[in-house]
Design a protein around this ligand. Structure first.
Ligand code: 5GP
Ligand code: MN
Length: 338
């Protein structure tokens, strides 16, 4: 961690403050794990801390200690507004552009608070006074561990903090499988287990609590899969009708996209999921090796993320989106063709 940024953070935290912690909209395991890990740490330092989430998050993350304290911007809006307006400091976690908080962004832009960004996505925008931006890190949760260590407080990592950070690392690394997983990631994970994170229990809580509906939805997505061996590409789709037929609840499609990459010879994959309410198609993109899906998402689908995992959206139907996607495969022939 950059020592000037650590020193600035140390100064900010030298006296107790009113602090708001914000994960990105549709928070995943890393966003919630890092937010709650930091929450417990800052509470220990004597701060008045609230986690304000832009919207709800999936059930398989709600076991995390402190989850019941999280305020949902969409449910208790006036309390969230008050917390944000009164905050001395706002920590934004696992995102690097205020637009990733949805309609909360308008208020965030007007706040007098000091902003601290802690994030591992590429191409950060410039809104924070203190900025920890490390695109080479596996996860924001791993960054929180390094920041607590850099502040000299490794011993303050309790079982609750360790469990939240471990969950964030596991989910963002695909259980230590993705390419951003490093020696340091494993050292941090080992330290978190030493500090009380129960690795076996956490894996079970996250991955072994499927509903039957979710697995049937996965089977529908797999049946819809199209494969383009000549471009080493595959994609899946899910229409809003298919989601309804399987009683879709938030989080059900998390991780589906990775199945498209598990086929031998496939290095680029996508899933297109219809969001009828918002009139758009949500897109998740994944790659192996050199194909940069962050740039692809930014250029064609109004999104972004990391080199090997990114997301975006398109206003239109599934058919319009997949037609565009298929036409792009030919354009990227030199990068994709085997
Ligand atoms: P997912 O496909 O799981 O929604 O997202 C994959 C990665 O890309 C995550 O790290 C997520 O934070 C990031 N991401 C998803 N959608 C967007 C987007 O619209 N803009 C940016 N900048 N990043 C995104
Ligand atoms: Mn992350």
């Amino acid at each position: 961690m950059n020592s000037a940024q650590v020193a600035a953070l140390q100064t900010l935290l030298s006296t107790p403050k009113k602090i708001a912690i914000i994960p990105h909209k549709n928070p995943d395991g890393d966003a919630i794990g890092s937010a709650l890990g930091l929450y417990h740490y800052l509470l220990q330092l004597g701060n008045d801390v609230k986690v304000v989430s832009p919207n709800d998050y999936p059930k398989f993350l709600k076991w995390m200690p402190g989850s019941s304290d999280v305020l949902n911007w969409e449910k208790v809006n006036s309390s969230c507004v008050r917390v944000l307006e009164e905050a001395d400091a706002v920590f934004t976690l696992d995102f690097n552009d205020l637009g990733r908080t949805g309609d909360m962004a308008e208020l965030l832009k007007t706040l007098p608070a000091s902003f601290v960004m802690i994030d591992h996505h590429r191409e950060p925008t410039d809104y924070a006074q203190i900025m920890f931006s490390h695109p080479d890190m596996s996860s924001t949760s791993e960054m929180i561990y390094h920041i607590i260590a850099a502040l000299g407080h490794k011993d303050a990592i309790t079982k609750d903090i360790a469990s939240c950070l471990y969950a964030g690392i596991v989910t963002d690394t695909g259980s230590f499988k993705f390419s951003a997983t490093t020696v340091s990631t494993h050292h941090v994970a080992a330290n978190l287990i030493e500090r009380g994170a129960s690795n076996n229990e956490i894996h079970t809580l996250i991955y072994d609590n499927n509903s039957a509906d979710r697995l049937y939805l996965l089977s529908t997505a797999l049946q819809n899969m199209k494969i383009f061996p000549e471009y080493r590409t595959s994609y899946m789709t899910l229409s809003s009708e298919e989601l309804k037929n399987h009683n879709f609840i938030k989080g059900d499609t998390e991780g589906f996209v990775n199945y498209g990459l598990s086929i031998d010879g496939i290095e680029f994959t996508a899933i297109f999921i219809e969001n009828e309410e918002e009139g758009l198609i949500k897109i998740s993109l994944r790659s192996k090796g050199d194909f940069d899906v962050n740039t692809f998402a930014r250029t064609h689908f109004n999104g972004g993320g990391h080199k090997n995992a990114a997301g975006g959206r398109m206003i239109g139907t599934i058919e319009e989106t997949t037609t565009l996607f298929e036409s792009l495969l030919a354009k990227y022939k030199t990068e994709l063709a085997s």
